[in-house]
Design a protein around this ligand. Structure first.
Ligand code: ATP
Ligand code: MG
Length: 325
């Protein structure tokens, strides 16, 4: 595998009336070519800000961004808006889970796909149409010629989801980012989207960064999972290993919550306490006020990332003594 994206020591801070919000605070990770990497964590832990920063969508100033974002070896951090626009949509595209907010109700599906292609691809009118029909066929949309003439409201939600994937893939991007809303209702849709992406992945070879707050959704579909908590990545592992031997107490809590939520249909509290507000993170490990294994050092020093094996690491003092990554 080769690395397509490498994020190094990324920090995104916002100045707010309440104080400095360290939404993303010194995270590093890699995305390999052709893999599905899931970014998981509770609401407010910095998942969206991470990908918005990668895509150059954070306005600096007022926000402060530090660190490096290597895409195919080139650092995107500090790139001009224009240069970023060429990359967004073409090299790295995004899928939102609200199809109605992606499509303009006033234009046909075909027109909207054409506009995306025209912005990024060197195709003439005929070739563009050919490519649109071809991609709709590849994601099993029946009668694509007819569909192209339809308006968004004439389609079912599921169909629109697939058209949205077509829209993200028409430029044959290297990376597709899918950022999920946090409503529980969308869990089945998330799984559907991932299934289609998974099917298509061999064919397109795109890497996918999939964001969700729900570990259940990614269980069988992601290759690797990074767990975020309060602006930090606390655990990185291959998907099987994450489920078979979760190591960070927060990851364990998230996994338990998945089991417990379905227990006799009752919604049970999962991890005690709440994610601290971003401008009042505690000293030391940010999970320490909620952690059942908290030790003295956890309240004093932020843990580094300890390596459990080549593909599994955890930022937790319980693993002190292992080599640092
Ligand atoms: N423009 C902004 N100005 C100030 N604070 C912001 C801004 N954007 C995000 N934040 C804060 O940064 C933190 C991380 O937000 P982010 O949207 O990345 O969370 P998330 O993990 O995507 O959550 P969710 O699962 O709810 O989508 C939150 O505390 C949020 O309030
Ligand atoms: Mg988000």
């Amino acid at each position: 595998m080769s690395t397509i994206l490498e994020v190094k020591n990324l920090k995104t801070y916002f100045r707010t009336p309440d104080g400095l919000v360290k939404a993303v605070d010194d995270i590093s990770f890699k995305v390999e070519k052709g893999e599905i990497l899931a970014l998981v964590g509770e609401s407010g832990c910095g998942k969206s800000v991470t990908v918005q920063t990668i895509l150059g969508l954070i306005k600096v100033p007022p926000a402060k961004v530090e660190g490096e974002i290597y895409y195919k070896g080139k650092n995107l951090a500090g790139l001009s808006n224009k240069a970023y626009r060429d990359i967004r949509g073409k090299e790295i595209s995004m899928i939102f889970q609200e199809p109605m907010s992606t499509f303009d109700p006033l234009f046909t599906i075909g027109y909207q796909l054409k506009e995306v292609a025209r912005a990024h691809m060197p195709w003439d009118e005929g070739k563009t149409y050919e490519e649109i029909i071809s991609i709709l066929r590849r994601i099993n949309i029946p009668e694509p010629e007819k569909r192209c003439k339809e308006y968004p409201h004439e389609m079912s939600g599921g169909m629109l989801q697939r058209i949205m994937i077509a829209m993200a893939l028409i430029t044959n991007p290297e990376i597709v980012i899918a950022d999920e809303p946090t409503t529980a209702l969308d869990v089945t849709i998330q799984a559907q989207v991932l299934n289609i992406m998974r099917e298509l992945q061999g064919e397109f070879g795109s890497s996918i960064i999939f964001i969700t707050h729900d570990l259940g959704v990614v269980a069988e579909l992601a290759d690797r999972v990074h767990v975020m908590y309060a602006g930090k990545i606390v655990e990185k592992a291959g998907v099987n290993e994450l489920y078979s031997s979760p190591s960070h107490p927060y990851t364990k809590g998230l996994l338990n919550s998945r089991v417990m939520r379905s227990y006799k249909g009752k919604k049970l509290p999962y991890i005690e306490g709440y994610v601290p507000r971003a401008y009042e993170f505690p000293d030391g490990c940010r999970f320490n006020p909620r952690c059942p294994h908290v030790m003295e050092i956890c309240r004093e020093k932020d843990p580094p990332e300890f390596s459990l094996n080549a593909s599994h690491s955890v930022a937790c003092w319980l693993f002190d003594g292992r080599s640092e990554t």
